[in-house]
Structures are given as C-alpha cells and as structure tokens.
Design a protein around this ligand. Structure first.
Ligand SMILES: [Zn+2]
Length: 516
C-alpha cells in the first residue's frame, strides 16, 4: 500500500514541468540585516532559484504552485561541524578511545558491516535534512564513507535534474518510466516519507538512497591526529612526523575530500588531569606541514582545538577554521585577523557535559569540571571574535552525546543566549555566514536568484523566537520538496535539553560549579 501510494504520487508529480512557484510566504533572505518580506514569490527551476517576484508581478504559466499560506521561507540551515558515524544518544557510561577504534575496525572489516554503517549514515543525513539542514560539513569520519555518501547524493541530484529537464519536453508517463523515475530521481518526496534511520535503513535506504535528496555534504573524511591524540585510530589517522602528515594528506585526498581536518589538541574526554582539557598534542611542525600540503591541493584546513595554546598553534601553522575555540587572548585575536581565519562555535556538545550532573551523563567528575572550562572558552572566544569582526560560524558537533542530527536549532538558540546575538544574527550565521566560511556562498546560504533552492519553511517567525525552527513545515533541498518533514525525536534527550534552555549567560559560572 505504501509502495502503491508512493508510485501513484510520483506518477502524478513527475510528468509536470519542473518549475515551481512558492507563493504566499514571508521571505527571510539570510542576509545580516534581513527583515521579513511579504508578497514575494520564489520561482524554482531545475533545482535553482530562477526568479523572485514581487506582489505585482504575475506568476509565469506552467508553474506548479506551492502555497505557503503565511509561513516563513528562509535558506536551509548549514551545519559546519558534523560527525555522521553516531546518532548522539548518550550511552550513560564513558567510552574509551579503544572502544571507538574497535567499532571503526568492525565497520571497515567487511562489506556487510560497512554497508550497515553507511545505511545508518544515510539515515542520519536524511534526519538532518528533514530538520531543515540542507548542507552539512563533516569533519572526521570513518574511512571515506562520508565522501561516498556525498557522491551518492550528488548523483541523485544530477539524475533528478535530468529527469526534470526531460519532463519539460516529453512529459512521458509510461509505467516503466514511472518506476524508473521513482528509483532514480523523485521530484517530490511523498508526504510522510520518513527519513530512514537505524538498521531498517539497510533495506529501505539502499533502494531509496539514490532517489532521496540528501543534504549537500562537504567532508574531510578521516582526519589527522597524533598517537594518543583526539580520536586517533578511529576518526583520524595518527601521524608521527611532518613527512607522515604530508603522506596522509595525500592519502585522504584520494577520496576527493572538500577539506582536511586536524586534531591539534585533546578533547574533554581525553584529559588526564583536572583543569587540563584540550592539551596541545600536535607539534607545530606537523601542523604546518599538513596545512601546506592541504593548501597545495587547494583544500582548506579545519582544526579541532580546545585550549588557548592549541588555537594559537593552529593559527600559526596555517589552519583556516578553528573548530570549538578556547579562552581568547590578544595574540589569538591578532592571529585570526592576520591569517584571515574563522571560528566555528560548537556549544551544543559541551552544555550537557558541563551543566548536567555526572550521575546523568555518566562522565567522570573531572570530565565535567573540564567541560566547564571548555564551555567558558568556547563562549568567550566567540564573544570576543564577534566583537573583533572575526567571522564566527556555527556547528553542533553532531554525534557527540546529547547532540542529535535534528537539533541544529538549539545551537542557534545557545549562540543567541550565551554569545549575546540577536535571533536575526543567529539565523544569518547559520545560513549565509556559514556559507561564506565554507566557501559555498555563491551556491547557497541566501535566497537569491541563481542560487540553489535550499529552503527551510516554518510556521513561526524565527527572528522573533528561534524555537520556530524546531519543527519545519517544509524543506527544499536543491529544488526537491519535502512537503511534510518527519523527524523521530528521542523524548528523553528532548526533555533533558529543554531543561537547559532556561540557563542564561549570567547563570553559567554558578551552574558550572554546581550541576543541574
Ligand atoms: Zn567534532
């Protein structure tokens, strides 16, 4: 029955010329000073915005009409810091680095487990899309799986555009065509088509995977760390010398990544001492050699850094984006400006670790203490960078405990609450601001003629309350309309995180000392 209605809908929608007019919405264009614009019609053709009409202009004939009935249409969100290998469900107990190495070895040891992991990743990417995130930048994954998923999604997009273009001329709708199109490139996703997630995706995902639109993926594939360093041996290759770093940059480049990721310092969980999170682990020589090799290949470099000395070492070595951040200094700010580097703020993974009781999170008291230091560092780094005019982007570090693939809106909320920016600036940061940092602002990030039709459509106005982003009405990914996004949320995580929404900037010091 499901298959029948799926094909039936596809049958009726595939034959139409793929020109769609989004009418009756209120436009938020994604720019820094965006104001709601009423009466605009956005025309989408072959996945791109072909015109934006004002109220007195006629909608061209032959358009499929999507009436937004007063909803808000804005650019799809961009999440700059994602890991696709995990869903963000807290395990309740601390995992050791060897546990991750073992998992990754299992995932890469044979084709069956490899395909199961890729199906999970596909499901997570779909969840992100259904939550309104139309671009993700993945910064540390298993082997070249992220790149393969990116290629699969790109292939699906190309097939979809081809199908749209041929529909305009032939309008053919034979049964064979109908099935072929359903397999290769739906123009419209049937209502209620849930994102495949979990192992069930193994069955559903591989059939639907090619046809379903995904978020645009920019990826580093596996990163580079040092022995005993952050995610060494699981999501990053441990290297011991500058020469080896160059070798690995070239090895990673074979999977055609969009960037290179370095793990310069440890993470919260890697600390062996209270008060020492984010210890600098990568030598300046390795950082510099890896950055030079990456830049020679025209690949930007993102670096995991969670201490002041780590950020400074990264910037000196030539990294382009500092991921996370740490307590700022004058020297750090000068280096950001001198190098033209950007900061990618990730408040989402640290808030629960720093503010929740260890009996809840399952981490050691030392980890919670160190999370408090990292949280302060990330927030103060972002506040200072904003003041100094340094570009600040947003990512969630999805895949960390409590950070699910559907919660990008919380990062905007945290950014607004803790870094003191307006809702408008938070939305700008997650759209055009992030697009600029990722170097894709010619393609996406704002509602402009010529750009990809990447839209998030909400009932409420996010410039008044960012919670409006929490439940999208519709999502459009490069022209493919998801008319009824479905997200399966984890109720326990939702309740826990919602209890943290009341925390203000002024509460932080007190709560870091005394957990909730
Ligand atoms: Zn990360």
């Amino acid at each position: 029955m499901v298959l029948y209605s799926y094909l039936f809908r596809t049958f009726f929608q595939e034959g139409k010329p793929m020109k769609t007019a989004y009418i009756g919405g209120i436009l938020l264009d994604g720019t820094k000073d965006m104001v709601p614009q009423k009466g605009k019609t956005v025309i989408v053709e072959n996945g791109r915005i072909s015109a934006i009409l004002s109220a007195d202009e006629l909608v061209p004939s032959g358009c499929e009409i999507v009436n937004l009935k007063g909803c808000y249409l804005m650019p799809g969100l961009i999440n700059l810091h994602v890991h696709l290998n995990s869903g963000g469900k807290p395990s309740g107990k601390k995992k050791e680095p060897e546990d991750y190495v073992r998992l990754v070895n299992l995932a890469t040891s044979n084709p069956v487990t490899g395909e199961a992991v890729r199906a999970l990743m596909r499901g997570y990417a779909n969840t992100a899309l259904h939550s309104g995130v139309t671009t993700i930048r993945t910064v540390g994954g298993i082997s070249d799986y992220d790149g393969k998923l990116r290629n699969e999604i790109e292939e699906g997009y190309r097939k979809r555009v081809k199908a749209w273009k041929s529909d305009v001329t032939s309008g053919s709708n034979s049964l064979a065509d109908m099935i072929r199109k359903a397999r290769t490139g739906m123009s419209r996703i049937p209502m209620g088509a849930a994102a495949p997630e979990g192992l069930g995706a193994l069955v559903r995902g591989s059939a639907a995977g090619a046809a379903m639109p995904g978020p645009r993926i920019l990826t580093s594939n596996t990163g580079i760390s040092v022995p005993g360093g952050h995610v060494a041996g699981s999501l990053a290759y441990p290297v011991t010398s500058p020469e080896e770093a160059v070798e690995y940059v070239h090895k990673i480049a074979e999977g055609r990544p969009d960037l290179i990721k370095l793990m310069i310092t440890g993470g919260i969980m890697d600390a062996v001492k209270e008060g020492e999170p984010g210890v600098l682990k990568m030598s300046p020589e390795i950082i510099e050699a890896a950055c030079k090799a990456a830049h020679d290949l025209k690949l930007p470099v993102a670096a995991h850094t969670e201490s002041t000395e780590g950020v400074i070492a990264g910037l000196r070595g030539g990294v382009d984006t500092i991921e996370h951040g740490a307590m700022p200094t004058d020297e750090m700010m000068e280096l950001f400006k001198e190098r033209g580097a950007s900061l990618v703020t990730t408040i989402s993974p640290v808030i629960p670790l720093a503010l929740l009781k260890t009996s809840k999170t399952g981490v050691r008291p030392m980890d919670r203490y160190n999370a408090g230091i990292v949280l302060r560092g990330i927030i103060e780094c972002a506040r200072r960078a904003l003041k100094e005019g340094i570009p600040v982007g947003l990512g969630t570090d999805t895949g960390c405990p409590y950070v699910t693939h559907y919660d990008m809106w919380r990062e905007l909320q945290y950014f607004s609450t803790f870094c003191g920016v307006s809702e408008t600036f938070a939305l700008y940061s997650a759209t055009l601001g992030n697009a600029k940092i990722a170097g894709i602002d010619a393609e996406t990030g704002s509602i402009e003629v010529g750009k990809a039709a990447d839209f998030l459509i909400t009932a409420g106005n996010p410039l008044e309350s960012l919670r409006a982003l929490r439940k999208p009405k519709m999502v459009v990914a490069r022209g493919a309309l998801i008319s009824d996004p479905v997200i399966k949320k984890n109720v326990a995580i939702e309740q826990t995180l919602d209890s943290l929404l009341k925390v203000s900037y002024d509460d932080l010091d007190r709560l870091i000392r005394k957990a909730i």
